[in-house]
Design a protein around this ligand. Sequence first.
Ligand SMILES: [Zn+2]
Ligand SMILES: [Zn+2]
Length: 294
Amino acid sequence: MIALKSTKEHRLHRLYGAHTSIAGGFVRAVERAVACRFTAAQIFVKNNKQWMAPAPVAVEEAKAFRDAQAKEDLFVCGHSGYLINLGSGDPEMIAKSIASLTAELERAELLGLPFVVHHPGSPGKDGEEVGLERITARMKEILKATKKAKVRVALECTAGQGGQLGWRLEHLRELMSRIAVPERLGVCLDTAHLFAAGYDLRTRADYDKTMKEIESVIGAERVLCFHLNDSKVPFASRKDRHENLGEGEIGLDAFKWLVTDPRWKKVPMILETPKGEEMAEDVENWAKLLPFMK
Ligand SMILES: [Zn+2]
Ligand SMILES: [Zn+2]
């Protein structure tokens, strides 16, 4: 693996890292991120392909994780499981989705995560308005069931594939306004999803226009996280295929602008590009950007 030359200055000024495996336990995720010299990580709070974890997080394990994270000064956020769909019209799917996200937020709270990134959901062919209503009602229920918790839900923008809502920034604004629990909500912006949804980033003018739109529709203060992914699929294709930075349709420039943009100085930037468990590819992706992050 190539060594990442992250300097003290990088560590002081920017939160950067990658989605990180929890195989072997939550503390292992901290170790993996630190071994890459990252300052941030994103984790699943359980196996992301299961509805429910087989057992709750042990109090000692959560404490060990929080201690390791604090000691290493590592920022860690969560990402919800892929089975959950709060936009579904199927009663069984709805019940499972609500139970699963509720349990994930409880786990995240115990782990001390500030937010869990979550895809809003797909109403299938039932249409945008029905979808927004369903997701609003179910998010309200979930936030009520976890009302003692501080952990937020960061609604992620999507590529719009498979009827997924959230491909328009207005969907995210509308959901935050209807759910109306601002202290528990925010937004995560994924560059590959923005691009595939029709928000261009390729030229400086495109980038500035998209950033202005984010500021006016969402508000910079609501942006809790960026996902840094290049796109295997063309502009406005409404498909979700991640690629290594600079090797896809977006190109490296957009990422250089993002990681040096003073607007996002405090916002964690997380890779979700193809990789193995020990993240050599993530280190290579960040090595393309760190020289510009002075
Ligand atoms: Zn993402
Ligand atoms: Zn994606």
